[in-house]
Design a protein around this ligand. Sequence first.
Ligand SMILES: NC(=O)c1ccc[n+]([C@@H]2O[C@H](COP(=O)([O-])OP(=O)(O)OC[C@H]3O[C@@H](n4cnc5c(N)ncnc54)[C@H](OP(=O)(O)O)[C@@H]3O)[C@@H](O)[C@H]2O)c1
Length: 253
Amino acid sequence: MSKTALITGASSGIGREIAKQLSSRGFRVILAARRKDRLEELAEELEGESRVVTCDLSTREGCFDLYEQVKDERVSVLINNAGFGAIGNFEEIPLETELRMIDTNVTAVHILTKLFVKDFIKADRGYILNVASSAGLMAGGPLMAAYYATKAYVVSLTGSVNRELKNKGANVHISALCPGPVDTEFNEVAGCEFGVGAISAEECARAAVEGLFRKSLIIVPGTGMKAAATLSKIVPREMVLKVAGEMQKRKTK
Ligand SMILES: NC(=O)c1ccc[n+]([C@@H]2O[C@H](COP(=O)([O-])OP(=O)(O)OC[C@H]3O[C@@H](n4cnc5c(N)ncnc54)[C@H](OP(=O)(O)O)[C@@H]3O)[C@@H](O)[C@H]2O)c1
C-alpha cells in the first residue's frame, strides 16, 4: 500500500497532531489549510517527507482544486479535519458565518469523501477519517445549533458510507472521530471557552489514528466522553437538549 496521507486543517490543533502521528508512522504527509506559514513550520518540524498545499475549503473550487493538486500522488489516507464552530443564539450568529461553516464542515467533507472514496474503491485500498464531534452524536446543541447540525451530518454520512463499503466487501474503511472538548484554537475561532475539562490535541490525535487503523466506525477519545455519548442515547431527546444547552451557556465568554 502506498503511504501518503492528506490532512486538511493541518495548520493547527487536532489536524496538526494527526499529521505528526501519521508522519511518525512512516507516512508521507500532505498538509492542507489556508495558513501557509503554519503549514511550512510543521513541515520543517517533521522528520519524514511532506508537502504543503494551501487551500480554502469553504469554497467548492477550493475543494476541487485541492483534489486536482494531489490526485496523482497515490493518497491512501484522507483526514477530513478542517472545520470550525460559532457560539450564540441562532438569530444572532451572522448567516454568512453559518453558511461558511456549512461549506467547510459539511460540503468540503462531502466533496472530498466522494472524490477519494471513488479512487480508493478503484485502488481497493484506503482509509478516510471524518472529524465530526461528540456534538454530532447528540440530539442538538442550543447556542451552537448550526455547528451541532453540521457534525450530525458528518456522523450520518460516515455511518452510511461505512456500511455501503462493508456490504460490497471493499478494502476501504471510513471512520468518524467524535471528540468532546479538545485544547486547540477552536475556542478562539468559535468565541467560547470550555465549561468542562478538555483533552490535549495529542491525546485526541493518538486515539483518532489508532481507531482509524483498528477500523472503528465511531471514535470517541477519553473515557468520560465515551460515557456521556452512551448516556445521550438513552436519555430522552428533550432532556439531552436541555443539558446540552446548559453546557453551551457555560461556554459563552
Ligand atoms: N477542539 C475541540 O474541542 C473539537 C471537538 C470536537 C471536534 N472538533 C473538530 O476538530 C476539527 C479541528 O478543529 P481544532 O479543534 O483542531 O481547531 P483549530 O485548532 O482551530 O483547527 C482548525 C483547522 O481547520 C482549518 N480550517 C478552518 N477553516 C478552513 C478553510 N476554510 N479552509 C481550509 N482549512 C480550514 C484551520 O486552518 P487555517 O485557519 O490555516 O485555514 C485549522 O488548521 C474541526 O472539524 C472541529 O470541528 C474540535
